[in-house]
Ligand binder design. Structure first.
Ligand SMILES: *Cc1c(COP(=O)(O)O)cnc(C)c1O
Length: 456
């Protein structure tokens, strides 16, 4: 297979892909948000083939994908997808992602791609500033908040044990001083999984009780004994609530502990002058994990880890290998769990450049105002809102557990929008997570009416 010269007669698959992608987005508002079951089945049978013996033209590959794949997708790039915490993709970010696909840079070191390294460094510099971290802190782009939590906690593990006279990189955890790991009862599931992967053991986590909004109760914090790691949260995945950072960080630091923040979406409140107070104090933590594919609205996948003390991250992640040609510049491979990786910093740079500070604040505020509006309408209509709507999250109940489940199923089946179920404070509930740049007031009104219809 050779690359043909690009005269006008030559098919240009990237242009075709972009054209089809744009058409897909343009039509997204007029189809069910969750794909019709027959469209998923149609794709499933079309894919049930063996690996072909010979080649297929790229155009045909793409046409197949569009014909069978597009109708089977979830319309999460549109304005009425409120499941999990998802977000769409800003036009500049999606376009940058497409151009970067053409570039196909390997972003593990400066030498492997100076351009990708420079975009990444600029995006990280802007993010540190947005989240109140010092210019000499370090960071990395990873797949999501899960791996950002892993990265922050790996740096934490290295540093708290180093201070206790132990090199975990060299000797592992066998025979190491015991590390006290503390997290809120409502910490995200990925925190516990990453704690397990780092060898601390889920059963050894001290779980701090939470209040009715899912916030850690600072006065219920146990006595902290270094070496220790305290995990706090900015933005509960159901309620959107924030742990009391200032008080916990002060106590943790007084005891010599490392504080890690899971702020997958909540930390972005800091970028809105109207809502920054929610995140007060989190900037004093030792490491932050957040997502760009959620509220910043860049394409999947993209998470961010920031570590205040650059040396802790470097010590936990650095690598050696003569052929890697490292060391003349800032090499990402020394600061991240991955080696070869895509240039996630480009998408982030493009999103931040398109929005600017004012556009970012407007995006955050608009989604929060939409959540408030919907919660108010639902309350007036007699629906029980279970959380204080401080951010972009609304948690509702439609009565007893069975009824709530039935209403969620009816809403999902109708297809005007998509919201998922959860358990909140011992009850079945529906979560509405508003985190897309594409969500308009019209979308909110359609959603409100769809919920009322599902209730009937
Ligand atoms: C989404 C989320 C995660 C996991 O993030 P991924 O991007 O799925 O890896 C972790 N913590 C919180 C609070 C989240 O909302």
């Amino acid at each position: 297979m050779t690359r043909k010269s690009t005269d006008d007669a030559t098919p240009k698959p990237l242009i075709d892909a972009a054209r089809r992608g744009q058409k897909y987005l343009d039509e997204l508002g007029s189809r069910p948000v969750f794909p019709r079951p027959e469209n998923v089945r149609r794709l499933e049978s079309a894919l049930a083939t063996e690996m072909p013996d010979g080649p297929t033209p790229a155009d045909d590959v793409l046409a197949f994908m569009d014909d069978y794949g597009s109708p089977a997708t979830v319309a999460s790039a549109g304005g009425r997808y409120f499941g999990f915490v998802t977000g769409g993709a800003l036009p500049a970010a999606a376009a940058a992602h497409t151009l970067a696909t053409g570039w196909d840079q390997n972003c593990f070191s400066y030498t492997s791609s100076p351009a990708a390294a420079l975009f990444e460094q600029t995006a990280l510099r802007w993010l540190k500033d947005l989240f109140g971290f010092p210019a000499d802190s370090e960071g990395t782009f990873v797949t999501g908040a899960t791996m950002a939590n892993f990265t922050g906690l790996a740096a934490a593990r290295h540093e708290v044990l180093r201070k206790a006279g132990w090199n975990v990189d060299k000797h592992g955890l066998r025979g190491a001083p015991a590390v006290q790991v503390i997290a809120g009862q409502e910490a995200h599931a990925t925190i516990f999984k990453m704690i397990a992967l780092l060898g601390f053991g889920r059963a050894h986590v001290v779980r701090v009780p939470v209040d009715a909004q899912g916030r850690m109760i600072a006065s219920a914090l146990p006595a902290i004994h270094a070496p220790a790691i305290v995990c706090i949260q900015a933005g509960n995945v159901n309620a959107g609530s924030f742990d009391p950072a200032a008080e916990i960080i002060e106590r943790a630091h007084a005891a010599g502990a490392w504080v890690h923040v899971d702020g997958a979406f909540g930390l972005w409140a800091r970028t809105s002058p109207k809502r920054a107070r929610l995140t007060a104090g989190f900037e004093n933590a030792d490491s932050l994990a957040t997502d760009a594919h959620k509220w910043l609205n860049v394409p999947y996948d993209c998470g961010v880890a920031l570590v205040r003390k650059a040396e802790s991250l470097r010590a936990a992640m650095s690598i050696t290998g003569d052929y890697l040609l490292l060391g003349q510049h800032r090499d990402a491979i020394d600061l991240t769990p991955d080696s070869s990786r895509r240039a996630r910093g480009i998408d982030v740079w493009a999103a931040l450049r398109q929005l600017g500070r004012s556009g970012l604040a407007e995006l955050i505020d608009r989604n929060c105002d939409q959540a408030r509006w919907l919660a108010d309408q639902l309350t007036l209509a007699g629906v029980e809102v279970l959380n204080d709507v401080v951010l972009n999250q609304v948690v509702v109940s439609f009565g007893d557990d069975e009824r709530t489940k039935r209403v969620i199923a009816a809403l999902q089946k109708a297809g005007d929008c998509w919201c998922g179920g959860t358990r909140w404070q011992g009850r079945e509930a529906m979560r509405i997570s508003i985190s897309s740049w594409a969500t308009t007031q019209d979308d909110m009104e359609i959603t409100f009416r769809a919920i009322l219809n599902a209730l009937r």
